[in-house]
Every structure is written in C-alpha cells, then in structure tokens.
Design a protein around this ligand. Structure first.
Ligand SMILES: C[S@@+](CC[C@H](N)C(=O)[O-])C[C@H]1O[C@@H](n2cnc3c(N)ncnc32)[C@H](O)[C@@H]1O
Length: 235
C-alpha cells in the first residue's frame, strides 16, 4: 500500500492499543511519574500516551522510540513544546537507561513476551514499567494461532514470565470488550471512510479486501479469545 494510504489508516485511532481514556488515566496514576524521571516508550507509535504522561507531569523527560516514520512524524507534530523526543531506531537495540518505561503492544520487537520482559529489565534497572501485551483469554482456533503466532501466553504464564524476569506486579488490568471493539473499529475507520469517498479508486479493491478480512478475522477468530493486559511492573 502506498504512503498516502499508510498514513491514513490509523488516523482515527487515539493510540494503537485497546485502551479507554479512564483506563489510560488509571495506568498513568499507577506509574507514579514525577519530575526528574526519564520515561522511555519503546515501540511508541505516535506516542499519544507518552505525550499525555509528559503533559501531566512537569519536569518529566520523555523519549519515544519507533521505526515507523509516519507514526514518529505524527508524534512530533502533536508534541508542540512538550519535553518529548521522538527517535527513529530499533527499540530492542536502544542502549539508554530509564527509571520509567512503556512497552505497549510492542513485545514483538524483542522477539517474544519472555524476551521483552528480560530485555526491558536491562533498560529499567530500577523503576517502573507499563507493559501491555496480548494473551490467550480462551483456547485459540488454528486461524487465531496462525495470526498471532506460537509465542502467545496465557495470563498466568505471562505473570510467571514477568516474575522470572525480576519484575514485581504493582497493578494488572485487562482490556474489556468495549475497549477491544473500539480498537478494532477505529483501526478500520481511516480506510473505511476513505473507501466510502473513493469507491472507484484503483486501490479500492485492495483496501476493501483488507477491511473485510480484518473484520472477519476479528469476529470469527479472535474476539474474546485474544486478551490484552496492562501490567505496572516494578524492580
Ligand atoms: C501495536 S503498535 C503499538 C504502538 C504504541 N505502543 C501504542 O500503544 O500506541 C507496535 C509498534 O511497534 C513498532 N515497531 C515494530 N518494530 C520495531 C522496532 N524494531 N523498533 C521500534 N519500534 C518497532 C511499530 O512501528 C508500531 O508502532
């Protein structure tokens, strides 16, 4: 898909994860952010939660790391004069240290959930991590397994992996059905609106196929099967 459509696809999403506004506020509260903290968001996308964290915490310094230039440009445009730097880099190879970190929906950068929890422990030697990741909330069918791969854990196994990597759980919660349905709907809305306005565009067929497949897979294969948890972890 070309740059124009790629840029359009996520424009209706607040952030790229199933998360309501009140749930986001709760998670930021639990992170106990303070002036003087360095907060890094690894796999930040356009960094909306990072920007909100910095906006509500004077003196907090934020860094967002991602490889997606479109997302980084959106983040920089939204940042204004907030103390946030957006860096184009492989987050797994980021060599900085932070006392606060976010890694939400981005474990795949490290290769797996377990590798992410280990790798993040090296980047946060002492402090708090807001970690968001998928898990099997119900046994997956073969199609869901194919979509999400062999490394997805159950929630108990994910919590065990966090403990094995040296993290203590301060908070955990899971995305509810409305957060999931809104996430899926907004992830389709940018292209759905474009398609309604450009039904005869040469790219319309490919966009329609993607929209139909995404909705079909969600409703048939992983709605209620793939869960998503938010952990505030400390070490
Ligand atoms: C599901 S999105 C989550 C984005 C963001 N954390 C949020 O909650 O909105 C996963 C992100 O990982 C980024 N990503 C993939 N591989 C990466 C890498 N090697 N280094 C940094 N970011 C990467 C993608 O560009 C994407 O923005």
């Amino acid at each position: 898909m070309d740059d124009e459509l790629n840029a359009l696809r996520r424009t209706r999403m607040r952030w790229n994860t199933p998360l309501s506004e009140p749930h986001a506020e709760l998670l930021l509260d639990r992170m106990a952010l303070d002036a003087g903290h360095d907060l890094v968001d690894l796999g930040c996308g356009w960094g909306e939660l990072l920007l909100r964290a910095v906006a509500r915490t004077p003196g907090l310094r934020g860094t967002g790391v991602d490889t997606d230039v479109t997302g980084l440009e959106r983040g920089r445009a939204a940042a204004g004069d907030r103390a946030v730097e957006f860096v184009e880099a492989d987050a797994a190879a980021w060599e900085g240290r932070a006392d606060r970190a976010f890694c939400i929906g981005s474990a795949h950068i490290f290769g797996s959930t377990k590798a992410a929890l280990d790798g993040l422990a090296r980047k946060v030697p002492s402090g708090r991590l807001l970690y968001g990741d998928g898990f099997w909330a119900a046994p997956p069918n073969p199609a869901a397994q194919e979509i999400f791969g062999p490394d997805m854990l159950t929630l108990p196994d994910l919590l065990d992996a966090a403990a094995a990597a040296g993290w203590r759980v301060l908070h955990f919660s899971t995305a509810d059905q409305l957060e999931w349905d809104d996430f899926e709907s907004t992830s389709r809305a940018g292209w759905a609106e474009w398609l309604a306005a450009h039904p005869d565009d040469p790219r319309a067929g490919e966009v329609r196929e993607w929209l139909d497949r995404r909705l079909r897979e969600y409703v048939r294969d992983y709605r209620g099967v793939l869960g998503f948890t938010y952990l505030v972890l400390e070490r």
